[in-house]
Design a protein around this ligand. Structure first.
Ligand code: HGY
Ligand code: MN
Ligand code: MN
Ligand code: MN
Length: 405
């Protein structure tokens, strides 16, 4: 089992990796994405699976006829800018290795099995995370998805067409979804909870509510060397005050708020900006705390914009309500994966996942694999080889239990 994992991992690892930062830049429908999609299709076919691309561009590698009541497992291959090697790929490679192990054992599953790769999970290029599963479940309209644009103004539809797929067909797919009986996603832990235990694998209990908002501050471009301070409408000032307000709001509500992406126009050293566009990522243990954070940031931003003679427009780009994973499935998997030492640790996460989006339609569960650095969305993200193999072994037992003969 671990040889299959290691061989697959070795082939995938170099694809889309930035040669100087060591981080991954695998953005939907781009060249690196084409490489990893080809890697997945070739690897799945070599394992005897039939690979299909659904109307939204998600990849499905089937063992047996597609559905009904299939046991499906998988994750994503796209990354954040300079992301780590494991966020997404660990789930995909582990799923392929687990299926290879079950086929090697001669298992004759009583339910179809499939390994999936969902598109645009990070939303790094087009802004809405888990776009592939939101489209599949109807959580986003095809019209809105088709018109999403990247930093260069390329739409989702145009980028998808450029990759040889028909964007006219995107949208909810109840027939395909109707074939799925259960979905299990294995994922690197994006934190250090497991690192403080001697358990290499844990089980997810819930995903925090979270969302993304875009803030457009518009002021007046002018000369940095000739414009008096009193005459400035500088959007950088309310932007800066909003960053500090976000940290204070998160602190006050035991929540998390991040502004990690900013576009400044015209972005010149000696020009007062005309516009600052920033994105707020806010997450909290409860919907009430999330609302409190967002309200506090919004009012601080509006107050500061008014003080500096700057206008502000805000847009909700994506909302992800709290998700509690299927309790019975979670406990069954924790007992199975835990072994003699007792059930595996069960833990919540602030990270969004396709498994959370799919839970609106089918019972879903997540396995987390220990990450000693605790870092994620960073090149330093890591999983020890022994824990990678422990994750595959755990997923193999879960799939055997769910689909076994
Ligand atoms: O950002 C997230 O929550 C996840 O990594 N997509
Ligand atoms: Mn991620
Ligand atoms: Mn992920
Ligand atoms: Mn995920």
């Amino acid at each position: 089992m671990s040889e299959v994992f290691d061989r697959l991992w070795e082939r995938l690892a170099p694809l889309g990796r930035h040669r100087t930062t060591g981080g991954y830049r695998r953005f939907s429908w781009g060249p690196a994405d084409a490489e990893v999609r080809a890697w997945f299709t070739e690897s799945a076919r070599a394992l005897g699976l039939d690979v299909e691309t659904d109307r939204n561009g998600n990849l499905w590698a089937w063992w047996g006829a597609p559905g009904p009541d299939a046991v499906v497992t998988g994750s994503h291959l796209d990354s954040v800018p300079d992301g780590g090697a494991y966020d997404g790929p660990l789930g995909v490679v582990s799923a392929l290795a687990a299926v290879a192990e079950l086929r090697g054992r001669g298992l004759r599953p009583r339910r179809p099995l499939a390994v999936t790769v969902f598109v645009e999970e990070e939303g790094a290029r087009f802004g809405v995370p888990c776009l592939g599963t939101r489209l599949l479940t109807g959580a986003i309209t095809p019209d809105r998805a088709a018109r999403l644009t990247d930093a260069e103004g390329t739409t989702w539809a145009a980028a998808m067409a450029g990759a040889g797929l028909d964007p006219e067909r995107i949208g909810a797919d109840p027939d395909l979804l109707g074939r799925v009986g259960v979905f299990v996603e294995l994922h690197v832990e994006q934190g250090r909870a497991l690192a403080r235990t001697d358990a290499p694998v844990g089980v997810a209990s819930a995903v925090w509510p979270h969302g993304r908002w875009r803030l457009d501050f518009a002021g007046q471009a002018d000369h940095a060397g000739t414009t008096r301070l009193a005459d400035r409408n500088d959007p950088m000032l309310p932007f800066a005050e909003t960053v500090l307000a976000a940290r204070a709001a998160a602190h006050a509500n035991d929540a998390l708020a991040t502004i990690g992406k900013v576009h400044v126009a015209p972005n010149g050293t000696n020009a007062i900006p005309s516009r600052v566009r920033a994105w707020l990522d806010a997450r909290a243990p409860s919907e009430a705390a999330l609302r409190a954070v967002v309200q506090r940031v919004d009012s601080a931003a509006r107050r500061s914009a008014a003080d500096h003679g700057v206008t502000l427009a805000t847009y909700l780009e994506s909302a992800s309500p709290v998700v509690h994973f299927d309790r019975a499935l979670r406990d069954r998997i924790a007992a199975l994966v835990g072994g003699a030492a007792g059930p595996a640790p069960v833990l919540p996460t602030g990270a969004g996942h396709d498994a959370a989006v799919l839970s609106s339609a089918v019972p879903t569960a997540m396995l987390f694999v220990r990450n000693p650095t605790g870092l994620s969305h960073a090149p330093e993200e890591f999983v020890e080889p022994a824990d990678r193999h422990a994750g595959v072994a755990a997923l193999t037992e879960v799939l055997a239990e769910l689909a076994g003969a």
